[in-house]
Design a protein around this ligand. Structure first.
Ligand SMILES: NC(=O)c1ccc[n+]([C@@H]2O[C@H](COP(=O)([O-])OP(=O)(O)OC[C@H]3O[C@@H](n4cnc5c(N)ncnc54)[C@H](OP(=O)(O)O)[C@@H]3O)[C@@H](O)[C@H]2O)c1
Length: 330
C-alpha cells in the first residue's frame, strides 16, 4: 500500500488526505452496515477527510459517521454543514429502504429511477438561531465536541455577507465548536465569500471538465482551501464525446489511457479532479471497494495538467457543437 498524498489546510494548520470521502449517500442509498464498512476501508487506506451534512443520507449520515469516528476522532477531520434539511421520510418509505437497497445490489441500472423517487432535501433560510441549534444537533449526532469545518450549505449571496450570520459563525469558532468556516455551494456565491473581511477559509464547489470552477475561483489572492466534488456526474457526456470524436480518443491514448470508453472516461475525470485541485481536497463517493481502489491508484500516475486541460477543452467544444440549442443559435 502506498502512502496517500496529504495537503495542508491553512485554516486548520494541519495536513489531511488529499482525497476526501463524500458521505451524501450514507444512510440513504447505502445502509449503515455497508456504509460503516466503506468508511473503515477508506480510513485504513489513509483517508482522513470526511464530508457530511445534516441532510445527507435522509438525515442519517452524521449519526452513522459519529459511530464510525467515536474511537478515532483525533485522527480524522470532518466537515458538516448548516442550511439544508432532509425531507420528512414517511414510515412507508423507511420500510421500503432495505428493499430498495437489496434491489439496487442486484440491478444497479435502477439507481437513477430510485434516486428520482427519493424525497429531496430542502433549503432553510439561514439565521443566527439556526446556526446555533444546527451545530449543537450536529455535534450530538457526530458524537464530538468540535467540528473541524462548518460550511454554509448552498447559501444565497445575501446570506454569506449578512452581519448576524457572520457574528453567529464567529461565535461558533470562539466557543470552540468549529475550527474553521466554509461555503459549500454555488461558485458565484463562493467567490463573493472569498473577501478578506469574511470568515470563510475553505470553499466547497463542483469542479469537473464540464464545470471548471477552480479556474475561475483561483484568481482570489486569499489563502483558501478548495474542496471539490462532482466528478462522476459528467461520466455519461464524457463517454459520448470521447466516442464521437476520434481525435479526443487518440489524445487520451497518447497520454497512456487504456480500456473501454467508460474506463477511460472514469480515469480521466478522477485525474482531472485531482490534478486541478492538487493543493486542496477532492471529494469522491466511494462506497464500493473497487471505486476506492481505483480513485486512490490514480493519485500515483497523474498526467500533466496542461494535457488534461487540453483534452478537457476539446471535450467541452465537442459537447457544445453537438448541443441542439447551440445549433439553433448558429
Ligand atoms: N456542497 C454541495 O452542495 C455538494 C453537492 C454534491 C456533493 N457534495 C459532496 O461531495 C461528495 C461527492 O459527491 P459527488 O456528487 O461528487 O459524487 P461522485 O464522487 O461523483 O460519485 C458519484 C457516483 O460515482 C461512483 N463512483 C465513485 N468512484 C467511481 C469510479 N472510479 N468509477 C465509477 N464510478 C465511481 C460512486 O459510487 P459509490 O459511492 O457507490 O462507490 C457514486 O455512485 C458528496 O458525497 C458530498 O459529500 C457536496
Amino acid at each position: 500500500m502506498f502512502a496517500l498524498k496529504t495537503v495542508c489546510v491553512d485554516a486548520l494548520g494541519e495536513s489531511v488526505s488529499s482525497i476526501g470521502f463524500g458521505c451524501a449517500s450514507l444512510g440513504g442509498r447505502v445502509g449503515a452496515r455497508r456504509g460503516t464498512e466503506a468508511l473503515e476501508r477508506a480510513y485504513h487506506a489513509g483517508i482522513t477527510w470526511y464530508d457530511v451534512a445534516p441532510s445527507y443520507g435522509d438525515g442519517m449520515a452524521e449519526s452513522i459517521w459519529g459511530q464510525f469516528a467515536s474511537k478515532k476522532r483525533g485522527s480524522v477531520y470532518v466537515c458538516t454543514k448548516v442550511g439544508m434539511r432532509p425531507s420528512d421520510t414517511s414510515a412507508a418509505m423507511r420500510l421500503l429502504k432495505p428493499l430498495a437497497r437489496a434491489s439496487l445490489a442486484v440491478f444497479p441500472g435502477i439507481q437513477p429511477r430510485l434516486s428520482g423517487m427519493r424525497p429531496e432535501p430542502f433549503k432553510v433560510p439561514l439565521s443566527a438561531e439556526l446556526i446555533k441549534t444546527s451545530i449543537d444537533d450536529s455535534l450530538r449526532r457526530l458524537r464530538t465536541d468540535y467540528i473541524d469545518v462548518l460550511a454554509l450549505h448552498r447559501p444565497t449571496r445575501k446570506e454569506v455577507v449578512r452581519e448576524d450570520i457572520i457574528r453567529a459563525l464567529e461565535r461558533i469558532v470562539q466557543d470552540g465548536k468549529a475550527r474553521a468556516i466554509s461555503i459549500a455551494g454555488n461558485i458565484d456565491v463562493g467567490i463573493d465569500g472569498l473577501d478578506e473581511s469574511l470568515p470563510y477559509r475553505l470553499l466547497q464547489i463542483a469542479n469537473n471538465p464540464l464545470e471548471p470552477n477552480l479556474q475561475r475561483s483561483k484568481k482570489s489572492a486569499r489563502s483558501v482551501t478548495f474542496v471539490t466534488y462532482g466528478s462522476f456526474s459528467t461520466l455519461g457526456p464524457l463517454v459520448a464525446s470521447i466516442g464521437a470524436k476520434k481525435e479526443i480518443l487518440n489524445g487520451l491514448y497518447e497520454m497512456g489511457y487504456r480500456g473501454d470508453l467508460t474506463e477511460i472516461a472514469a480515469a480521466f475525470v478522477v485525474d482531472y479532479a485531482l490534478a486541478t485541485n492538487s493543493a486542496g481536497v477532492t471529494l469522491f463517493s466511494m462506497f464500493r471497494k473497487d471505486h476506492l481502489g481505483f480513485n486512490l491508484r490514480r493519485l500515483t500516475r497523474l498526467p500533466a495538467l496542461h494535457q488534461l486541460n487540453r483534452i478537457s477543452v476539446e471535450i467541452s467544444n465537442e459537447l457544445r457543437q453537438n448541443r441542439p440549442d447551440d445549433r439553433r443559435l448558429e
